[in-house]
Each structure stands twice: as C-alpha cells, then as structure tokens.
Design a protein around this ligand. Structure first.
Ligand SMILES: *[C@@H]1O[C@H](CO)[C@@H](O)[C@H](O)[C@H]1NC(C)=O
Ligand SMILES: *[C@@H]1O[C@H](CO)[C@@H](O)[C@H](O)[C@H]1NC(C)=O
Length: 252
C-alpha cells in the first residue's frame, strides 16, 4: 500500500518535471537593438505552447507610461519561445518593467535598463581584393541615419577568419567608425580558401553582449610569387621540351 503510494508520487514528480515547467527569472532573456526592436525569449523544450505566454512591458517615456504586449511564439532556430515589440527608439538609462504571464497568472516581474541589454544588430560583411594582393574587409552595421551617431561610434566589430575546414581562428577587433580592415595577403597561406565572420558589440554595456554572427564570406588568398612565376612561364611562353627541363630544374 505504502509503496504504491510512493510509486505514484515518483511518477507524478517525473511527469510534472516535464509538463509542469514554468519559466523562472533566470530563463527570461531580453535584448534591444537600440534602434526599434526589443526581443525576449525563454527556453522551452517544445512541450508547452508558447502562445499561452505573454510579456507585458511598460516603459516610462518622458513621464508618460507606455504599455506593450509581447506575445510569445515558438522560435524557428532554438528550443525556446520568443516575442518582440517595436518601439519608437531607446534612451540609455530608461527602465523597461516586464511581467511574464501565463494566461492571467503572473509568473515573474523583471526590470531591464536599456544600456544593460543592448545587443547590436548583426553586421553584413564584404571583402574586396585590393591591387596589392590584400583584402579590404568592410561592413554594414545595419543602423540607419535614425540611430544617433554617438551610438554607431560606440560599436566595435569582432572579425574572425580561418582557413576553410580548419579550426584555428585569427581575430581582430576594429572600431566601427574606422570602417574597414585590411588583411595583408602575404601573411596568408598561398592559394587557400578563407572564411570570415563578424559580431558587433557596444561600449554602452562594456561590450558584454555580442550580436549574432554575420553570414560568412569567403575569399581566396593569392598564389605565392613562385607559383605565379611558374604559371606565367608555363602558360604564356611555349618553351621547347629541352628548355622546359632546364627551367623546371632551375626553379625546383
Ligand atoms: C521595477 O521598477 C519599478 C519602478 O520603476 C519598481 O516599482 C519595481 O519594484 C521594480 N521591480 C523589480 C522586480 O525590480
Ligand atoms: C577599403 O574600402 C573602403 C570603402 O570602400 C575605403 O574607404 C578604404 O580606403 C579601403 N581601404 C584600403 C586599404 O584599400
């Protein structure tokens, strides 16, 4: 009798661990892009329906309280529920008061101060080969003229490049206002495919939140000078067999 009761308890506890899941304070994550968007999410394993949850957001804008309702939806790229709202710009030390609700049931309250939760937009990279065999990396920070110039200058880009198919990564941080970074061709392995990605951060929160990673771009390093000489000689000059032998033994 007693053991049946105990068994029931254990089973109920196990079922509840998966079904009676409720998000807690540490689960709710919010980010703003310091332009127009605030996005929140909490992890969930797919058993719950995200649309049963909503986040009520209040901001105090020049002493006028503005309220927003953020309805959660299942994320397409991670096991979580996500919601987002559009706002008319941000200011650094403003407080967003949030309440997470399941139906009408209050699960938690949390306050977010704008500068603490800025996650910059994902940059878009491009690479151009220069005349002297280097690679000029430029990017679009995706902020429009609407954003304040001051914020755009607070951004830093974290560039990472590596040989395609290898793990070892070379990194470089560049201030967004510099606008480009030149990768010197001669430090690269000759005639090799490289992959470059980037993330952005801001000194408004001491660079502690990185943007999502940009789409990768690829570039191919130049052939070594020796390779070029060989190719030129082989392709352009039609060397008679005899001379070709001499040429090859000379270069190799
Ligand atoms: C959030 O801020 C409001 C006023 O700005 C305050 O009344 C409330 O206690 C704060 N809540 C939390 C959870 O810190
Ligand atoms: C890289 O490209 C940018 C934008 O086109 C340009 O302003 C900059 O001078 C270029 N840098 C080099 C080293 O070529």
């Amino acid at each position: 009798m007693f053991s049946t009761f105990l068994l029931c308890q254990i089973i109920i506890t196990l079922i509840c661990q998966t079904l009676c899941y409720e998000p807690t304070e540490k689960d709710l994550k919010c980010f703003n892009d310091y332009e127009r968007e605030m996005k929140c999410s909490f992890e969930s394993d797919g058993l719950i329906s995200c649309s049963g949850y909503k986040l009520s957001i209040t901001r105090n804008e020049a002493d006028v309280l503005k309220e927003y309702t953020c309805i959660f939806e299942r994320s397409h790229h991670s096991p979580s529920c996500e919601c987002k709202i559009e706002v008319q710009g941000f200011s650094t030390s403003e407080i967003f008061t949030t309440t997470l609700l399941e139906g009408t049931n209050i699960l938690l309250n949390e306050n977010f101060t704008t500068h603490d939760f800025i996650k910059p937009k994902t940059p878009v990279l491009s690479v151009q080969k220069t005349e002297n065999g280097n690679f000029n990396v430029t990017w679009d920070d995706k902020y429009t003229s609407y954003s304040t110039g001051h914020f755009v200058e607070s951004l830093e880009i974290h560039l990472s490049y590596r040989i395609k198919g290898e793990d070892e990564t070379f990194s470089k941080k560049v201030s967004n206002s510099v606008g480009f970074f030149e990768i010197v061709g001669t430090i690269l392995q000759p005639n090799t495919d490289y992959i470059l990605t980037a993330r952005m951060s801001t000194n408004y929160n001491e660079h502690k939140i990185l943007s999502d990673q940009s789409a990768p771009v690829e570039f191919t390093s130049p052939s070594s000078p020796n390779d070029i000489v060989r190719t030129v000689l082989r392709d352009i000059i039609k060397i008679p067999r005899l001379f070709k032998h001499i040429y090859i033994s000379f270069f190799e």
